[in-house]
Design a protein around this ligand. Sequence first.
Ligand code: GDP
Ligand code: MG
Length: 442
Amino acid sequence: LSSRLSSVFDKLTRRGALSEADVSEAMREIRIALLEADVALPVVKDFVAKVKERAIGQDVIKSVTPGQMVVKIVHDALVEMLGGDDQESALNLAVVPPAPILMVGLQGSGKTTTSGKIARLLTTRDRKKVLLASLDVYRPAAQHQLAVLGQQLGVDSLPIIAGQMPVDIARRAMDEGRKGGYDVVILDTAGRLHIDQELMAEVAAVRDVVTPSETLLVTDAMIGQDAVTLAREFNEKIGITGIVLTRIDGDARGGAALSMRAVTGRPIKLLGVGEKLDALESFHPDRIAGRILGMGDVVSLVEKAAQHIQQEDAEKMAAKMLEGRFDLEDMLSQFQQIKRMGDIKGLLGMMPGIAKMKKQISEANIDDKVIGRQEAIILSMTKKERQNPDLIKASRKRRIAAGAGVDVAAVNKLLKQHQQMADVMKQMKKMGGKKGLLGGLG
Ligand code: GDP
Ligand code: MG
């Protein structure tokens, strides 16, 4: 696949912005890559249409081809769509204990194994007291399987009472959980080979009895095109709060993650990466995105190029400051540059040797939130005032403050901060200028 891709990309010529033709051509290949990764067809169609719209007109970074640029845009869109910041992918246990975790999914998807893995995680990492309960009354050995896992882990499991039905077992488990002072009760349900309305009704009845704080749909990553139907069905009938994808250690490229996230809007919370009980990982969207797309090299190439350009910008700015001249217009453009790059710490990190200025800036307490306000203050000044801050006396300060919707103290603070920075610029010039300062930038 990658050779086919690069041949397409080679044909694309370099341009300032991505044209519709560039994007369409690259997208044909992206579409195939996603289908090969087993992303469900309707999800692929949707995704491609969305990203196409977003990509057209975007600037192509110097030194990468439009095709490579498209891959990077697709990658970022994949990461975004897969979602899952730490908060979203954490298990919600914030209920009156015991917090019930309901494990649902098809037979053989890994529910019982994952129940054990989660029990292990919660007891060892979070020091929770966990009770395991199997509601799988259909396969003779199923309840026993969970009890054995519990023994291996040193985690309690609900005593087995032969002949009891799932809803009754669930009720007993919650009672035991309350009486025994457990933090979490993990309820491992039975699965069928296919979606089955009887089973759905049973799981829904259990859900109504325990009101789970988490209902996790456990799915084999190999599920492929069926992921959409499965996820939609479980979400509509049971209502899931998260997805666990198992057998990520196998060959599956992980397209099911995207499909299921797309149709349910629910986060992928955990990944099963092996048969052992410690083979459970938290979900990182960028890793799965890379795996689905299978074009990690191109993505990191474009990222490097982007970083390089940021560094060039930073160097240009540094060079300008070194002329020792730093008026409020320079300060404004600096703010804008910081905003464009998103992260002030990242920017400062690109300017080695300016330790002194870093200190000034952090003392002046610049962060991304206050930058907007400071920008507004400078924007309320006339050009003359920006170039010659000494002009700004009391009456002008009042006018500027009113224009920016702040008080005069804020204007004073900004002017003081500017003065400090300008002083640093002058000092640096005296200290030997460009050579000493830019040494670190190579
Ligand atoms: P259940 O029917 O949904 O309860 O599925 P089980 O938990 O019994 O798992 C079925 C099989 O899949 C067992 O042999 C497990 O060892 C295996 N399994 C579960 N999760 C993983 C995983 O993340 N990776 C691998 N390689 N095997 C797994
Ligand atoms: Mg099982």
